[in-house]
Design a protein. Structure first.
Length: 283
């Protein structure tokens, strides 16, 4: 079974090792990569994610700063903080943890981040540049999916890829990245008719729906590759993906586990993007 797993632990360890080396090299040139993370309120999941991001930075020698703002912060105050960070030359990456409280316009906040420091790759400028294949910060989770396929030696050229999910942070961008690798891409969503008919034709299925056990083995072609982006809790409260692992494992040639899969790649790519931004200072 192990030979079928694409391990996020392995791939992210490789990325982190490379990041560590690059940090040392940048430090030797007088550049100290720094990530500023803004968190608004005390959403438990967000607090956990942010803690993980700081831990990863510390592990790799990246300076990270936490800017905690109360749930009641005004949009103006938040925008002013972002502007301060945009103008601070010691800051290379700015990340605003989502979701934001309802009284704040997420689009306005994200797009206030300088595109040059947008290490999440969420600003309209970065999304646009990614879509036209220009240099940009690619969003961390979609890039993580592609990194895992690369690591497993899977060439996407000419492959039939089905993406299930069309969110702005996962489904759409991962479809664009797969297209850039010359895959033939189909995007499915909640209004798609007969998804199983489409997935059964796919060489690679990337599932990002947010429903435990959504993708079952009978929806796959034998030998298909499954990249499972979902992070859910099953009825026993255990972390699980969108793929029903037990029914998929006998059918697939490769699959990413949850936990220990794409989630770790998301974290690793944030580090990679922060280093990319810091390296831009050398240009
Ligand atoms: P989202 O914004 O809720 O989008 C879910 C997508 O799935 C939507 O496009 C929706 O279609 C589609 N969908 C929902 N039910 C469906 C159904 N029955 N049949 C077909 N499509 C259906 O979620 P997201 O932010 O993309 O996240 C998806 C999953 O990935 C979640 O479990 C999330 O926790 C996880 N995630 C993981 C990472 C990571 O680092 N591993 C990062 C981000 C997200 P419509 O557009 O038609 O509504």
């Amino acid at each position: 079974m192990d030979s079928k797993l694409i391990s996020g632990k392995e791939v992210s360890a490789q990325i982190k090792a490379q990041v560590k080396e690059e940090v040392i090299s940048l430090n030797n040139q007088g550049i100290y990569p720094k990530l500023s993370v803004i968190i608004v309120g005390e959403n438990p999941a967000s607090l956990t994610y942010v803690k993980g991001k700081h831990k990863d930075c510390a592990e790799c020698g990246i300076i990270s700063e936490n800017i905690a703002m109360p749930e009641t912060v005004s949009q103006g105050e938040l925008l002013a903080e972002i502007e301060r960070l945009n103008n601070d030359d010691s800051v290379h990456g700015i990340l605003v943890q989502l979701p934001l409280p309802k009284h704040i316009d997420e689009y306005a906040v994200i797009n206030a981040i300088s595109a040059a420091k947008d290490v999440d790759g969420f600003t309209a400028v970065n999304v646009g540049n990614m879509n036209i294949g220009k240099d940009c910060f690619t969003p961390c989770t979609p890039q993580g999916c592609i990194d895992m396929l690369d690591y497993a030696g899977i060439d996407m050229t000419g492959k039939d890829v089905v993406v299930i999910g069309r969110s702005n942070i996962v489904g759409k961008p991962v479809a664009v990245l797969a297209l850039q690798r010359s895959a033939t891409v189909t995007i499915c969503h909640s209004k798609t008719k007969n998804i199983a008919e489409k997935t059964r034709m796919a060489d690679i299925v990337i599932v990002a729906v947010g429903r435990a056990g959504f993708l079952t083995g009978d929806m796959l072609k034998p030998g298909a590759v499954v990249i499972d982006v979902g992070i859910n809790r099953n009825s026993e409260g255990k972390l699980c993906g969108d793929a029903d692992f037990d029914s998929c494992i006998d059918v697939v040639s490769k699959i990413t586990p949850v936990p220990g899969g794409v989630g770790l790649m998301t974290r690793a790519n944030l580090l990679k993007n922060t280093i990319k931004s810091a390296k831009n200072c050398l240009k």
